[in-house]
Structures are given as structure tokens and as C-alpha cells.
Design a protein around this ligand. Sequence first.
Ligand code: DGY
Length: 321
Amino acid sequence: MNEKVLVARQLPEKFINQIKEYAEVDVWNSELEPMPREAFLERSQDATIVITTLSEQIDEEFFNNATRIKGVVNLAVGFDNIDVKLAEEKGVVVTNTPEVLTETTAELGFTLMLTAARRIVEAVQYVHNGEWKSWGPYLLAGKDVHGSTVGIYGMGSIGEAFARRLKGFNCKVLYHNRSRKEEAEQQLNVEYRTMDELLNESDFVVCTAPLTPETKGIFNRETFKKMKNSAILINIGRGGHIVESDLIEAIEQQEILGAALDVVENEPISDDHPFLKMDQVIVVPHIGSSSIATRDKMVQLCVDNAKQIMSKQDPITPVKL
Ligand code: DGY
């Protein structure tokens, strides 16, 4: 039987052709519609490797079904869609796409921070709606980023890339991480804070952490109460970091000023989600790493990881617990 790579999302032909050089390829035929679970399970039954996105849950049901599987190659740096411990027990290699997306993702986070601070979405709508009648002393007046205190929750490589950008804005940069990052403290002039201190002191709180059982729901009623009433929360981590009903309440009660989110708990967001009616909340559709160059690098890394696994070599970017 031939070795098969199942690709759970349509990818550019130039990458698929590379896989064809070392295996049979089965590619789902849509870029935007995820594979229905049933089709994914059925088509992974005889697969040696699956190239997945965050839409595919890799769990016990998957492993019981995909009995020939040797590798799960995730097209993302995050891997909260994968039961990595179970994969390890089953001897299945898991890979992700770290580093290649760091700068692009930090850039999107920065864009969200500036966009929220300067009320850019409201401003564009104002002009589109024909409401612009004159210059006004406080027309759509926002919040300065320069000189502000920014608290980064999660000081991995994306957190560090974010901190580097803040230097040019003369910001005071605080961070909270599960462990101290002394090198980053020295090189980037960032200061460690407990979570409570970070929430208390920051004008902008930026979540760049991975989603784990420890970080799930970290932004909730209690934590919002500890933030400044004028603070803005930026999330480029995962939707699961925020208890959304608590965020809505915190903004309505003016406990915090607003939020800018690349991710929400259930993606895609539903048309009737309260966030979509709130001027103080900006939502973009999980595009953190979405520049053409970076997406190309992520896909190439997946293709290379798959090739390594197929030829029983060490993968380039294995996920380790
Ligand atoms: C990532 O790489 O984890 C992005 O959020 C895409 O899933």
C-alpha cells in the first residue's frame, strides 16, 4: 500500500506537487470550508501523515480511526487542537510552525492595538456613512499608544517581537510569563510583573500566550476588575483565553475600555454575536500570521516536516510537551 498524506485544506499547487514527489496526496478541495469531521476521519483511515489546521481535532477518536498514522503536521504554531500527550503515547510525531510567523503575528497584534487605540474602525465607518461634516476638537478622539504602559501576557517569541516594536513608541513594557525571561528583560528592557500587577498597571494588555488548561479563561470577571477602566485588551492568542460574556459585561460596566481580537472562542464568529454590535470591540478573522510570504513559509515548513517524517528522519519543528 502506498504512503498517503492527507491535506485537510486546499493549498497552492506548488506545495502539493512537492508532496507528490514522495507520497500519494489526498487534498480537501476547499481553502475556506473545513473538512467535515466524517470525511476527515474516513480519509485519514489509510493516511501516514495528516496536514491539519486548527479546525481538525486530533483526539482519541482520530487515533482509533487512523491506525497507520505516523505524523500530524499542524499548519499553525498553536497546537491546542491536538492531544499531543496521546500522540506521544501512540508514537505519532506532531509538528507545528514556530518562528516563521513570529514577526507577522506580532505585527498584526500591533496593528490591532493602534487600530483600537485610535478608533480607526469607527473613523472609517464615520466617513463611509457620510457623517463627516467638519473638523471637531474631540472628533473620534482616542488613546495614545506612545508613552503608555503595555503589559504582555505570554513572553514567548511573539511576545518578544511585540516588545521590540514597543521600544520605538517609548512605552514602558511589562510582562507576565509562567517563568522569568531574564535575557529578554535585559535585551528588551521589559519588566516582570505578577499577573495582578500587570493587570493593574497596564494601559494595554496583550495576550500572546498559547492556550493550555492553565491559561484557558485567564481573562475573566475577576481579572477585568483588576484592569484600568481605560485599558484595552488585545488578543492574538486563542479565543479560549477570554470568557467572552465577562468581557462584554466588563466593557458595558466600563471596567475596561475595549478589546481588539484576532481570535474568538467559536470561530467563525456567529452573525448575532454581541461583539459585532459593540464599537469598543474590534474583531478580525484569525489572520495573525496571514501575510503571503509568511503563509508560504508555514506551508513549506509543513511540507518539509512531512517529508522528514515520511523518510523516518527527525522533523524540523517537533512539538514537545
Ligand atoms: C497559529 O499559528 O497558531 C495561528 O493562530 C493559526 O492557527
